[in-house]
Design a protein around this ligand. Structure first.
Ligand SMILES: NC(=O)c1ccc[n+]([C@@H]2O[C@H](COP(=O)([O-])OP(=O)(O)OC[C@H]3O[C@@H](n4cnc5c(N)ncnc54)[C@H](O)[C@@H]3O)[C@@H](O)[C@H]2O)c1
Length: 251
């Protein structure tokens, strides 16, 4: 098919690329010819994925935002993906945990976009892809920090789209429902304990309660959308948010 390797010559930086959705996005971009840089605090995991894809790894703790302030990134595609979760009612939510989520999932993406735009502007081409969530568009109880960070990321993505458009830079969000990754496996186990029900029941009755298609999403499904957004055929797509949620947000 024409365009199969249309990312050849492009460099893509994927945060949180050592596992889950990030690794799947890196795989999809490498399949399309991009050179990938796997940025993750898990140095061994990042190296493993980078070696598999013939790319490079960058061991970095994105919570150390001071170190990101003077950064310059020479990448053509930036995927802001690294994320964590904490679940608690607001009145019991640890302020430090709230701050950690906002730092990693909103401030770090801002600093990385800020570091990447000069190179993208210079070359007149760039793609920013933000891995948001259905929780960038909808709220759930007990996820105040995560929902706030993802709603903030949606705003950052739209502003990047407005500023980047004249320079050939697009910015979009991908909004997954529940994807089968380590982050979700942890939540399944926690909720099974909290509700005193089996893990299968957590998936069907709690996580997929609003979805029309009752199964967890495959990380590769997110990778294939990221690959399309990175390609030239999506050059007019910007400031948008694409749900991949089995119909959850339709309800
Ligand atoms: N899994 C889902 O159901 C789901 C749904 C919607 C959105 N998302 C979003 O997708 C993104 C990836 O989630 P996932 O499920 O693949 O998670 P995951 O836990 O499988 O992978 C996250 C990766 O981020 C890295 N990371 C965490 N903290 C970091 C830090 N301080 N610095 C650098 N790297 C760090 C981890 O080492 C890990 O490799 C997150 O932003 C998450 O909010 C996930």
């Amino acid at each position: 098919m024409a365009g199969d390797r249309d990312l050849a010559g492009r460099t893509a930086l994927v945060t949180g690329g050592a596992a889950g959705i990030g690794a799947a996005c890196a795989r999809a971009l490498a399949d399309a010819g991009a050179s990938v840089i796997i940025a993750d605090r898990d140095g061994d995991g990042a190296r493993r994925v980078a070696d598999e894809l013939g790319g490079r790894s960058w061991q970095v703790d994105l919570l150390d935002t001071a170190a990101l302030e003077s950064l310059q990134l020479d990448c053509d595609i930036l995927i802001n993906n690294a994320g964590i979760q904490t679940v608690a009612p607001i009145e019991q939510f640890e302020p430090a945990a709230f701050r950690r989520i906002l730092t990693l999932m909103l401030e770090a993406p801002f600093l990385l976009v800020r570091a990447a735009l000069p190179h993208m502007y210079e070359s007149g081409w760039g793609r920013v892809i933000n891995i948001s969530s259905v929780h960038g568009l909808r709220a759930s109880a007990y996820k105040s920090a995560y929902v706030a960070a993802k709603h903030g990321l949606e705003g950052l993505s739209k502003v990047t789209a407005l500023e980047g458009g004249p320079h050939g830079v697009t910015s979009n969000c991908i909004n997954p429902g529940y994807v089968r990754t380590a982050l979700v496996q942890g939540q399944i186990a926690d909720q099974a304990k909290t509700h005193g029900i089996a893990e299968d029941a957590v998936v069907e009755q709690v996580m997929l309660a609003h979805a029309s298609i009752k199964k967890l999403i495959d990380p590769a499904d997110i990778g294939s959308l990221a690959r399309w957004l990175a390609g030239d055929s999506a050059s007019m797509v910007t400031g948008a948010s694409y749900t991949v949620d089995g119909g959850w947000s339709a309800s």
